[in-house]
Design a protein around this ligand. Structure first.
Ligand SMILES: [Zn+2]
Length: 158
């Protein structure tokens, strides 16, 4: 990990969220417990036990909704029709990357695609949600484009 970069802060900023104490706490908790789904109430009490102080319920609910809206948290409704929340599976957030088959450099496509990366993530997210709704399980997805990079193409021409 690079120094001076807090991944939680980075995620919040990248998704247009404010880096508040509560936002960092809640997102941090979800990311630290990626395999567990929480109801609003369970999350509230888990955080209260961990922090020895209770987060304002309304603040927490709003935050969780916001994290869900931006795709950092996945919301599902269980058999009792209760909403349960979980950190968005990491596979969805694999940044699209390019694997050059010639020089084998692996570079993120974030810059090349700019705003499209966000669209791709959203598309992937809704695809996964659709699969989940149909009862599919244990899937993963990655965004890799394979080909020959511009540098290698230029070199081959000379
Ligand atoms: Zn290359």
């Amino acid at each position: 990990m690079q120094p001076n970069i807090d991944p939680i802060n980075e995620l919040l900023v990248a998704h247009g969220l404010r880096r508040t104490y509560a936002a960092k706490l809640v997102l941090g908790w979800f990311l630290a417990h990626p395999d567990i789904t929480y109801t609003h109430a369970q999350l509230l009490s888990a955080l209260a036990q961990d922090q020895h102080e209770e987060l304002d319920k309304v603040t927490l609910y709003r935050l969780v909704d916001r994290l869900t809206q931006v795709g950092l948290v996945l919301c599902r409704v269980d058999v009792h029709r209760v909403r349960r929340f979980q950190a968005m599976p990491a596979s969805v957030h694999a940044i699209p990357h390019f694997e050059c088959q010639s020089c084998h450099r692996d570079s993120p496509l974030q810059d090349a695609l700019k705003a499209n990366t966000h669209d791709l993530e959203r598309a992937a997210q809704s695809a996964l949600e659709a699969l989940k709704a149909l009862g599919y399980q244990g899937y993963s997805m990655d965004f890799a484009v394979r080909g020959v990079c511009a540098d290698c193409v230029t070199e081959a021409k000379h």
